[in-house]
Ligand binder design. Sequence first.
Ligand code: NZQ
Ligand code: ZN
Length: 391
Amino acid sequence: MENFTFYAPTYFAFGKDTENETGSYVKRFGGKKVLIHYGGGSVIRSGLLDRVKKSLEAEAIPYVELGGVMPNPRSGLVYEGIDLCRKEQVDFILAVGGGSTIDSAKAIAAGVPYDGDFWDYYQGKVVNEALPIGTVLTISAAGSEGSPDSVITKEEGMYKRGATGEALRAKFTIMNPALTQTLPPFQTACGITDIMAHLYERYLTNTKEVECTDRMIEALMLTMIHEGTRAMEDPDNYEARANIMWAGMMAHNNSCGVGRSQDWTSHDVEHELSALYDCAHGAGLAVVMPAVFTYNLQHDVMRFAKVAVRVWGCQMDFDHPERTAAEGIEALRRFLTSIGMPANFKELGADEKDIERMAHSCCYGDARTGTIGGFVSLDQKDVENIYRLMV
Ligand code: NZQ
Ligand code: ZN
């Protein structure tokens, strides 16, 4: 295991009706004037936004609102949010929604106290200062409610890039699993896929002797396969939703990723797809993951065989461990198909003719330096070959 530091000071309020306490948490974490940030309208339709506002009013906390965050959130609205916060002297950002809303809120929070262009943070500058953020989560997926990360798409060039920094961790996160019961099945499945991807990105490591975090990841994967299937079959199942919600947070706040190298190839390869075609991140990952894993299998056959046996219940073929490894990838593919995820470019709405362009953007676009991947170092040709496996 490698040396590491880990400090994840988000306060979690989990369970039924917890959103009614939002105002008291804003107060507790020092907010005096709030920006309520939300997406395309699901929180209005569900009545959640009204409940959150009431809880702020109960604490006499003034607020301004900015809705309209799109899935795959854009930089344009971030600039608008930064201007609004400066004009209104907002000192606390409250995201009510999913990963896209939370990420947009984080970008605004980082941009308000910063003299330069907030996009600098999405080109590698670490976020050390930001307004405090709180979140009310409505979908189990991106894990942004517990992560120090934010992903934004810049319209100019359609670059989808991430920023990171401990200042981006939410001060508090409200997690009421019942709020996720209104999700369309496709979005629930996208969330399940993204959570599985966050686990695989950490599992695929070159660090030896990381049994503790390996076991944590395997437990979360097993939970997601079981509870994910249950939630797809019975969307109103509160207990399944609750287990998924906590697993989604644990998968990405990095408690199971410390002390080990991580991969993130699938995410980099996917972000090109959701930037170009505006597909859902989880749906893109469903197509990307089996291709990336198949391409990288020979790099560490035993690691792929380990997850195949321990998570997917495959029998170890000691004479041909690569067969076991490949069986595990097939089992993942079957699971993703069973929950309704796309399996190839056509089902995703992607086009073969864009392969070169996406591979170039992935390796060189917007300040990238030529290779990606923490597990296997991949260049533009490799990334093109990976996209070809998805056609
Ligand atoms: O916009 P509204 O109307 O709210 O609708 C949303 C949106 O259309 C809808 N939705 C959310 N909660 C709902 C609901 N509909 C009904 N009932 C509810 N309770 O679902 C759609 C998707 O929402 P979105 O916020 O885009 O989903 P998700 O949480 O999957 O976020 C995806 C974004 O997060 C990024 C992705 O790249 C993508 O841009 N990621 C962020 C990460 C991070 N910050 O750490 C890591 C991830 O790997 C990921 O890259
Ligand atoms: Zn993801």
